[in-house]
Design a protein. Structure first.
Length: 116
């Protein structure tokens, strides 16, 4: 049985991220996105960690799942992870702020540099 995130829980992630990491939207279209699919790490495992959840607009969230180019962009920006990756170790790119962050397991984030 899948447990949905409550509005109170989502508010914590919205406070951390502030907007969609892809487009900067702050509207009603924002949803929690699991960087690693929930089926890859279990509800209470790595996939359930706060480092695995980011705020995205529903439009781009759908594109990450249905469009190969968007999925590739999501992987390059740390928004979509493979089962072997650890969310707390893979930085995420905030395209709106043009900055990289490491997410922690306490719903926090710390700026970092990524060498390309």
């Amino acid at each position: 049985m899948e447990t949905r995130m409550t509005p109170k829980q989502f508010a914590k992630f919205l406070k951390r991220d502030g907007h969609c990491l892809h487009c900067g939207s702050t509207g009603e279209d924002l949803i929690p996105h699991h960087r690693m699919n929930r089926g890859q790490g279990g509800k209470n495992g790595v996939a359930g960690s706060s480092a695995n959840i980011i705020v995205m607009c529903s439009a781009f969230n759908g594109l990450m799942e249905s469009d190969a180019a968007s999925a590739e962009q999501a992987r390059a920006n740390g928004w979509k992870l493979a089962s072997w990756q650890k969310p707390a170790e893979v930085p995420v790119y905030d395209a709106y702020l043009a900055a990289w962050f490491i997410l922690d397991t306490n719903i926090g984030r710390n700026a970092t540099e990524v060498l390309i």
